[in-house]
Structure formats: structure tokens, C-alpha cells
Design a protein around this ligand. Structure first.
Ligand code: SF4
Length: 226
């Protein structure tokens, strides 16, 4: 486990509210992509996807960005594409969600002591946000973290989410390298790394269901410790 003392990092102040405006203009390329999607698919959400779950949760899961036909379509993180199948099944198994995930925002699924957000709130072309877009949207990730008074565990899904969380926490990147299964102590927080639960990663064997389950088993065990 990497341990980072609180003296090694300076918290980055939150500059914005935790949720961007639905017409947030800060990333011109993503705003244009969003507008084009609104014209093409007027029934889709096509806006910055807000966090899912209570701000009072102890666990925050951070993904990369909404998928075009997943969260960008439905308006709820990880809802409507394959990544949600694995994520929500795992959350239910470890008591971080209740109900039945049916890939719809009105399926009644409830997060328990858990919140889900994305490093980038708007859908990027080819699922690939550019570094300036990741940097610009971090103000909302920072604000999300700042508005969670009981937050203790952060699970980063993939390297980009990990790096954005590391910067949002004001950590030195070299002190907290991304590795699947790594746990980084960072002042009041623990950052858990996992490969992203995308269909590509599971189809190619980069991430197995068991590897993913072990990350959340560890989070659950740590949160249960006195
Ligand atoms: S990605 Fe974030 S900062 Fe960029 S336009 Fe969307 S909400 Fe705004």
C-alpha cells in the first residue's frame, strides 16, 4: 500500500459547484459534440451527467466519462451499457447498492453509502477526453469530493480517473502510481485503483469479474474496520 502523509500534498480548493450547468460551455469540443447529439437524438439525456448517490456516502466511485449510448443516453452514471452490468452487480454483492439494476434510471436501484461520478461529465467522441478537458472538468470532481463530509474511500476506475482523482486531492502523481488493486493512503482518504469495467477490458481479460470483486471486497472490509 502506498502511504502519502498529509504533509506531502496540498488540497486543491473546489472552484465550482459539484454539478455543472446542463449547457456548460467550458470544453468547446465536448459542448459541440453534445449539441450535435441533441439534434440527432432529442430523446437522449445529452448533458453533463450528474453524480448518482448521496453526498453523505463514505465511498465515491470515479469513472472516466459518460458512454455515448450509456450514461449520455440515460442520464445516470454507468447506466445502459455493459460497464454498468458489472459495476452494479458488484455493488449489490458488496452491499453498496440495493434493488435490481435494469439499465434504466427509473429502475429503482438505490446506492447505499456510495456515490458514483465521472472525471469528465460530458460524453467525449470515441470515449476519449483530451487532457485539457480532463483538467477543466476536474473542478467538478474536486467540488464533489469537497461536498462529501464522510468520504473515506475513493475507487478510481482506470488510469485517467485515477490521475484526475490524484490531482483533485492535490497529491504528487509520482507518489501514487496507478496499478490495478493498489491502495493509496492520502490523508483522510484511501484511493483504490481498478482497471475500468469496460466491455473491452473484460473481453480481453485485462479485468476479470474476480479481479473487480476483490477491489470492492477490500473496500468493504476496510470500511467495516473500527
Ligand atoms: S466536460 Fe465538464 S467542464 Fe467540460 S463542458 Fe462538460 S461539464 Fe463542462
Amino acid at each position: 500500500m502506498t502511504t502519502i502523509s498529509t504533509t506531502e500534498h496540498t488540497a486543491v480548493p473546489a472552484l465550482a459547484g459539484a454539478e455543472p450547468d446542463r449547457n456548460c460551455p467550458l470544453c468547446p469540443r465536448l459542448a459541440a459534440f453534445r449539441e450535435a447529439a441533441r439534434l440527432r437524438e432529442p430523446g437522449w439525456f445529452n448533458s453533463p451527467v450528474p453524480s448518482f448517490g448521496t453526498a453523505n456516502a463514505r465511498l465515491l466511485i470515479t469513472g472516466l466519462a459518460p458512454g455515448l449510448q450509456g450514461a449520455n443516453r440515460t442520464g445516470r452514471p454507468f447506466t445502459g451499457d455493459y460497464a454498468g452490468d458489472l459495476l452494479y452487480a458488484t455493488l449489490i454483492e458488496y452491499g453498496f447498492a440495493e434493488g435490481v439494476y435494469q439499465a434504466r434510471p427509473d429502475d429503482g436501484l438505490r446506492l447505499v453509502d456510495c456515490r458514483i461520478s465521472n472525471a469528465v461529465r460530458c460524453v467525449p467522441p470515441q470515449n476519449k477526453p483530451l487532457p485539457p478537458e480532463i483538467n477543466t472538468c476536474r473542478q467538478f470532481l474536486s467540488a464533489t469530493i469537497a461536498t462529501m463530509p464522510r468520504l473515506h474511500a475513493i475507487v478510481a476506475l482506470g488510469r485517467i480517473a485515477h490521475e484526475s482523482v490524484v490531482k483533485a486531492l492535490g497529491l504528487r502523481a509520482v507518489a501514487a502510481p496507478f496499478t490495478h488493486g493498489a491502495v493509496h493512503e492520502a490523508g483522510p482518504f484511501r484511493l483504490y485503483d481498478s482497471y475500468h469495467c469496460s466491455r473491452y477490458n473484460t473481453n480481453t481479460g485485462v479485468l476479470t469479474t474476480e479481479m473487480f470483486r476483490r477491489v470492492f471486497a477490500r473496500v468493504r472490509a476496510d470500511l467495516e474496520m473500527p
